[in-house]
Design a protein around this ligand. Structure first.
Ligand code: GDP
Length: 526
């Protein structure tokens, strides 16, 4: 028996290529849930700004994104937890990690631009964990791609089968609304940014006389033709394929106009999975187990230099988390108690007494946590599924102020533990190499080292663009490889050897020369 508290939880993330409409959609969901009253309450999670200080200023204004990191609200008897992800591609790793803590995602696609670079990368991460995906085709009020062409493109580029649950009538200036295949009614489009719900016209089927009152004969014929084709090509929704991450239901709408949102949200709470069991290295942890367990997927710094403490975001996986109870930190082998765990209901943080699987609690942390750490009631568990990915830019840290060496060391250590970027230690000389996805990450590190730790660093560009974690069944062979390739080896945060390469060609050559060594693109490969 799954506890009703678990069953009612829907924990997910809205993801998209920047500008497709993730923030707008999040905001509309919160409006429907009554969690906010006015549009504009969700701060744009953007760093289009070219300078770091602008970016840091924005982060500060957002309350260091703590308030919007998780947005919980009640809707139709369900507890909805939306996990926010950074929009900027330079912070993609943060997004990938957040995806380890959700049970499903809504992927927003811009109907004008179709599938974009970040859309493909995000889908790749969802596929690694078979995360169920719903696709929302946004901006239907604009002249975009033909719906069939767009679905073709999505299916091919994202490599997933689709099943439209609504269908658009017209597009751009001819956009009339959508026909809900799932609920069998017509939603008429009225461009309006303030209204809450769309006018819904109930119809029995496509021959319903009522449809003639709203659609011109040509539009109705077009819709009928389209739906026949849709039925023939895509069939009806198989919920199991969706929860297995093999099939994505598709909705069409316009987030800015509040159109198609209620339909999406209502269907979402019906079909999206509740928290499920999760794999730990030792065993599968069932969601209904009595004992509490959870893992840290995000660490947020307090940017106020006077208060160095951080907030660790813990996803509850089983049992019940309770305030002021001792829990076992499995990596450090010690017990910890939290007197002020935070909850994120209605976009405000408050102290929480208990939390259930699917919930995210914020724990004040004075340096105990690293990303991926597991808490239990005593059992030695380590949750899987929070890998590091290969960065694309590598720079060596050079100390600019020898009198502040200790501060620099501490700063680099803490910032990389937070997951701002990845740290690799290279020999000889314990050189520090920082790996990141984008330049903005280096700017943030430099800014924070200076403002929070009083240290100054210079980052020297290296020629690497890939990191591969290396293993071998033969321990001696691995040791030999690490020795031979010393100038290309770094140790990751857990002390595992990583092969740093300039390009794929170099990796392939090395693979050929060392057939006993296995190369892995992420840190998790069991
Ligand atoms: P994000 O980067 O994915 O979070 O995208 P935003 O939600 O910030 O939206 C990017 C831009 O697209 C903003 O200017 C929005 O006002 C606009 N936008 C969002 N939804 C729609 C829509 O349905 N139609 C149109 N025309 N514009 C939209």
């Amino acid at each position: 028996m799954i506890h009703p508290e678990i069953e009612k939880r829907k924990t997910f993330a809205i993801i998209s290529h920047p500008d497709a409409g993730k923030t707008t959609l999040t905001e509309k969901f919160l409006l429907f849930g009554g969690a906010i009253n006015t549009a504009g309450a969700v701060k744009r999670n953007k760093a289009n700004q070219s300078s770091t200080s602008d970016f840091m200023e924005i982060e500060k204004q957002r309350g260091i994104s703590v308030a919007t990191s998780v947005m919980g609200f009640e809707y139709k008897g369900k507890r909805i937890n939306i996990l926010d992800t950074p929009g900027h591609k330079d912070f993609a790793e943060d997004t990938y990690r957040t995806l380890s803590a959700v049970d499903s995602v809504i992927l927003v696609v811009d109907c004008v631009k179709g599938v974009e670079e970040q859309t493909e990368k995000l889908m790749g991460v969802c596929r690694m964990r078979n995360t169920p995906v719903i696709i929302f085709v946004n901006k239907m009020d604009r002249e975009g791609k033909d719906a069939f062409d767009l679905l073709d493109e999505i299916e091919k580029k994202l490599n997933i089968s689709l099943c439209p649950l609504s269908w658009p009538i017209g597009q751009g200036h001819t956009f009339k609304g959508v026909y809900s295949i799932y609920n069998k009614h017509l939603n008429l489009f009225e461009p309006d940014k303030t209204k809450i719900a769309d006018p819904v016209i109930e119809v029995n089927d496509l021959d319903d006389e009522n449809l003639h009152n709203f659609l011109k004969p040509k539009e109705l014929d077009g819709l009928k033709g389209d739906l026949e084709l849709v039925d023939g090509v895509y069939g009806t929704l198989d919920p199991q394929l969706y929860t297995d991450g093999l099939l994505a239901p598709v909705f069409f709408g316009s987030a800015i106009n509040n159109f198609g949102i209620k339909e999406l949200l209502d269907t979402f709470i019906n079909i999206a999975p509740s928290p499920r069991s999760r794999e730990a290295e030792q065993r599968e942890v069932l969601v209904e187990e009595k004992n509490f367990s959870g893992f840290v997927f995000k660490i947020h710094a307090n940017l106020d230099p006077k208060h160095r403490d951080r907030i660790a975001f813990l996803r509850v996986c089983s049992g019940k988390f309770e305030r002021n109870k001792f829990y076992y930190h499995t990596r450090q082998g010690k017990k910890l108690k939290f007197s002020n765990p935070m909850d994120f209901m209605a976009n405000e943080k408050s102290i929480v007494e208990e939390a259930w699987p699917g919930d995210v609690v914020g724990l004040y942390d004075s340096g105990n946590f690293k990303i991926g750490d597991t808490l239990t009631e005593g059992e030695q568990l380590q949750f899987k599924g929070i890998p590091s990915f290969s960065p694309e830019i590598f720079k060596e840290v050079e100390n600019k102020d020898p009198l502040r060496t200790k501060q620099l060391e501490k700063g680099i250590q803490q910032l990389t533990e937070e997951g701002v970027a990845q740290l690799f230690i290279a020999q000889p000389g314990n050189r520090k190499i920082i790996g990141a996805v984008g330049d903005l990450q280096f700017e943030v590190i430099a800014f924070r080292l200076e403002h929070e730790y009083g240290a100054k660093a210079h980052f020297r560009m290296l020629s690497y663009t890939r990191s591969n974690w290396v293993t071998s069944k033969d321990k001696t062979k691995l040791e030999e490889f690490v020795k031979r390739k010393q100038q290309h080896i770094g140790q990751d945060k857990d002390g595992n050897p990583v092969y740093l390469a300039d390009n794929d060609f170099m990796i392939n050559m090395t693979k050929r020369d060392y057939p006993d060594i296995e190369f892995h693109k992420t840190s998790e490969f069991k």
